[in-house]
Design a protein around this ligand. Structure first.
Ligand SMILES: [Zn+2]
Ligand SMILES: [Zn+2]
Length: 349
């Protein structure tokens, strides 16, 4: 491996190290994984109350864990200036209502995401037939809203700035949801991409558990507009980010991530779009009032009895494994395996 590249790999290991219950993505971006989803703290450890921002709010029942991580980073009772939502799917808004009320802070989201955050519209139904694994199979059980935080949520400023996040801009990246946004900081080319693309194969419980890093399109079962999703990935790839921190999977950086992201943008149809499915070629239509039309459900090629048995078994395995993965011991094992992989990769060059 060339000296510069080796340095980059070593630096990335140091930067991605765990610090308490979070992982430092940069010196002022921390990632917290709660079950299978990521949320982010923007602001260097030690930042004063009102000088940091929470991006996304995890899955249900995780407010206490987010507050514990915030206390580790910023001190007990420290409060952010705001909460920014990349989108309103259940696994990104779990604690938003409770935290916004307790902290007494505004929540910002894109205007086209408002219907799902103000009780006006549910998201289109997920499509469990798109394949790829147990997470997709189980998707028919996932809540699709809406929640109602009407008294807290505000539209992101139209000029692309992000309240409280100096140097960052928001970018409309629809497709996975109508008002999905990504956050980008030019200075160090850090990208928080939500679910516009992800760095694991989110449809597969095995990939989600092992956190194998690979750039993938948005989670298939919950993406109802593939043409918009493709344009959004093109937009993000054109930014040439150095660091990609996404809603699912470990943060990735450097040449390998960049190569995979460019490839995803170039060959989105083959790499990201399911071969068939409810929304392939027939997007769900939505406007500022919410979903206005959805295509009819497609027939499921898997026999119903198999789905029933398989899903019950997979649900048990996935939930058991996910809950156990949460232990510190398991987390350390994941990091160690990753470190071994990185070292082996370094040696190979
Ligand atoms: Zn999502
Ligand atoms: Zn998600």
């Amino acid at each position: 491996m060339q000296g510069a590249t080796r340095l980059q790999a070593e630096t990335s290991l140091a930067i991605n190290e765990k610090r308490g219950s979070v992982m430092m993505v940069t010196s002022d971006v921390a990632c917290q994984q709660v079950l299978m989803v990521n949320l982010f703290f923007i602001g260097a450890p030690g930042a004063r109350t009102g000088e940091w921002t929470l991006v996304d709010a995890g899955v249900f029942n995780c407010a206490a864990r987010i507050k514990a991580a915030a206390a580790e980073l910023y001190g007990a009772n420290s409060k952010p200036n705001s909460i920014i939502l990349t989108h309103g799917h259940f696994d990104h808004i779990g604690a938003v209502k409770e935290l916004a009320e307790e902290w007494d802070v505004p929540v910002y989201a894109h205007p086209l995401e408002m219907p799902y955050l103000t009780g006006r519209s549910s998201y289109p139904p997920p499509d469990p037939t798109v394949g790829g694994g147990a997470m997709a199979r189980l998707s028919f059980t996932y809540p699709r809203g809406p929640i109602d935080i009407n008294d807290r949520v505000q539209a992101l400023p139209a000029d692309g700035t992000v309240a409280g996040m100096l140097g960052w801009q928001w970018i409309h990246t629809p497709g996975h949801t109508p008002g999905h946004v990504s956050l980008f900081r030019e200075r160090d080319r850090t990208l928080i991409a939500g679910d516009a693309f992800v760095t694991t194969k989110q449809e597969s419980a095995i990939a989600v558990l092992t956190q194998k890093e690979e750039v993938n399109g948005p989670p298939k079962y919950f993406t109802p507009d593939w043409e918009a999703a493709r344009r959004s990935v093109e937009t993000l790839a054109a930014l040439e980010p150095n660091i990609a921190a996404t809603g699912h999977g470990l943060p990735m950086r450097g040449a390998e991530m960049q190569r995979e992201l460019q490839e995803l943008a170039r060959d989105f149809e083959r790499l990201a779009v399911p071969r068939q499915g409810r929304y392939v070629g027939h997007p769900a239509m939505a406007d500022e009032t919410g979903v206005v039309s959805i295509p009819p459900a497609v027939s499921d090629p898997m026999p119903k009895v198999l789905v029933g048995v398989g899903v019950a078994a997979l649900a048990g395995v996935a939930l058991y494994a996910l809950s156990h993965r949460e232990s510190d011991g398991a987390r350390r094992k994941v990091t160690t395996r990753r470190q071994r992989k990185m070292r082996a990769r370094n040696k190979a060059f």
